[in-house]
Design a protein around this ligand. Structure first.
Ligand code: LA6
Ligand code: MN
Ligand code: MN
Ligand code: MN
Length: 542
């Protein structure tokens, strides 16, 4: 018999007893009342802020503090107003003034909200040769840097803006005496605001904002309260999931696989952070848990014969054939089957729509691509980068995650739109591609050491003969291009769709998880700290 391999995964650091012990005082009604009052006060502040720059700063702060979902209409109204005024005042360029900070901030906020603003607004900051002119305005250059990430492919002015601002900020970083500005710049250079998760940004920003002499205490108080109240909701979601997980028996029975409930939950939380969408987070976490087990037996534990049978069973989706499977796979198959049926049941009950065949297709396809990769691995085959990516953007489970998100946040489900999405347009493909590439950067080294299919880095090295470092650079470039495609296809073409925002979040959570290596598989690192601040520790109110 073929010897089984092992991933030597570390044990989970989040046991059920600990998770069940989490409690929060912030479920009390008095906090809700307090928050309602503050929300009302913020609405007044928005209404009474009249200067354009003040309005822009206010919106930026509200967004960074993580409370903008309460003021969607108000923010929209202000931005609409700004947008229209600009068009009247200066129809060609939108804005011809010389203030880099306000131009950049306005550009970023308008684009973020789906308004068409031309990159030409930055022309007035360039010299005749098309180069940005160095100015003594770090705040403005930082704003330009952040704005430059809202670009589409081929927008060369934004490309130069990004190169210029990145270079300039890096150069100046050592000289900056203001510690807060230095911290802001360092963080921005690591990952720009546009690609950060709002929830994690909020924890950091609340702290920074609090130290400002001109901090608005109403905004600040609401942000803290909101954070703590939502945290109480997350705790309940996770406690429920931990009970579910324990009852499935999967952590003991699948002891060859990564045991990562809390990390899966963090994944779901980054993807769908809205407090009231707990049910969606539960579905996504369950799906993630099942995927990870399946991935680990396709990649590591299973023999090629076993996974061939499993792949066939997924295509057939026939519960009567359960006994064809090796024992350890039966419980996994049944867990997938039951979870899919449960999700479909709820939708059939609530909306009268039957999505069983759609869910079946997703799992069957995942089995097929996992099996393709396993065959590549077992036969020592090196696909070209393109051939690899055509499979790997699906095998990273982007489509499974995105469609489950779609089913759990869209009510009612639009069958026409669903059929369109099932042809895998950019809104499905690009965020999944980012996930794949980011995962490869973070996990490929360990995977290859242990024995796994060549990942994008190895495929590219094999194809071009370049070094690993060059291949990694190439993959980073690919991520960058894909993010620009997302800006175009999701942000600029479907700005108001909730699913669009969720799809963008998939890319964000991917960048986040693999920012410092394998943030998912390796439990003791940044991910642990982030889980502690998101789920365990409330923010001090005073
Ligand atoms: C992928 O692991 C993995 F577990 C993820 C966290 C990706 C997103 C999916 C979730 C949360 P691995 P492979 C369910 O790097 O084998 O082993 O495709 O994936 O490279
Ligand atoms: Mn794997
Ligand atoms: Mn895999
Ligand atoms: Mn991987």
């Amino acid at each position: 018999m073929e010897a089984r391999r092992s991933g030597n995964f570390k044990a989970s650091i989040w046991d059920d007893d600990f998770l069940q012990s989490l409690t929060s005082p912030y479920t009390a009604k008095e906090y809700l009342k307090q928050a309602d009052k503050l929300k009302w006060q913020v609405k007044v502040i928005i209404k009474e802020t009249k200067q354009r720059l003040d309005q822009l700063d206010l919106i930026d702060n509200i967004q960074r503090l993580g409370i903008s979902h309460h003021f969607r209409d108000e923010i929209q109204r202000v931005l609409q107003n700004i947008y229209e005024k600009m068009r009247v005042e200066c129809p060609d360029r939108m804005l011809m003034e010389k203030d880099l900070y306000s131009t950049s901030l306005q550009f970023r906020l308008l684009r973020q909200h789906g308004y068409h603003v031309s990159q030409d607004v930055f022309c007035s900051f360039m010299d005749g040769a098309g180069n940005f002119q160095a100015v003594d305005d770090l705040k403005g250059i930082l704003a330009l840097y952040e704005a430059s990430f809202l670009s589409r492919e081929g927008e060369n002015i934004l490309g130069s803006a990004r190169d210029f601002s990145t270079r300039h900020l890096k150069q100046k970083l050592e000289e900056i005496t203001d510690p807060i500005l230095a911290e802001k710049i360092r963080r921005a250079l690591e990952l720009p605001l546009h690609w950060r998760l709002q929830k994690l940004e909020a924890i950091w920003f609340i702290n920074i904002y609090e130290s400002r002499f001109d901090a608005n205490l109403i905004l600040l108080q609401l942000a803290k309260l909101e954070f703590n109240m939502v945290q109480a909701q997350y705790q309940e979601d996770l406690k429920w999931l931990s009970r579910w997980y324990k009852e499935t028996g999967l952590p003991e029975k699948m002891n060859f696989a990564r045991d990562r409930l809390a990390e899966c939950f963090l994944w779901a939380l980054g993807f769908i952070p809205e407090a009231h969408l707990g049910q969606a987070r539960k579905i996504l976490t369950k799906i993630a848990v099942l995927i990870v087990i399946m991935d680990d037996f396709y990649d590591i534990y299973g023999t090629l014969d076993e996974i061939k049978v499993f792949t066939e069973e997924l295509q057939r989706w026939d519960i009567n054939a359960l006994d064809n499977l090796p024992e350890y796979m039966r419980i996994c198959f049944l867990a997938i089957f039951n979870t899919a049926n449960e999700i479909a049941y709820d939708i059939l009950r609530d909306q009268g729509i039957n999505i069983i065949s759609n869910l079946r297709r997703l799992w069957a396809e995942l089995g097929r691509v996992y099996y393709t990769e396993a065959k590549w691995y077992h036969s020592g085959y090196f696909p070209s980068t393109e051939e690899y990516l055509n499979v790997a953007w699906i095998s990273i489970t982007g489509p499974v995650l995105l469609f489950h998100a779609y089913f759990s946040i869209m009510n009612p489900i639009d069958m026409k739109e669903l059929q369109y999405l099932e042809q895998y347009p950019g809104i499905i493909r690009w965020p999944s591609t980012v996930l794949r590439l980011a995962d490869d950067l973070g996990t490929a080294s360990d995977e290859i050491k242990r024995g796994d299919v060549p990942k994008s880095i190895q495929c590219y090295m094999h194809e071009t003969g370049c070094s690993e470092e060059e291949a990694r650079e190439y993959v980073k470039q690919l991520i960058d291009t894909t993010l620009k495609k997302m800006n175009k296809e999701i942000l600029m073409e479907k700005p108001t769709n909730d699913f669009g925002a969720t799809a963008m979040n998939l890319a964000r959570i991917s960048l986040f998880f693999y920012q410092y290596g394998d943030g998912f598989g390796v439990p003791h690192n940044q991910t642990k700290e982030n889980l502690v601040s998101l789920i365990v520790k409330p923010i001090c109110l005073t």
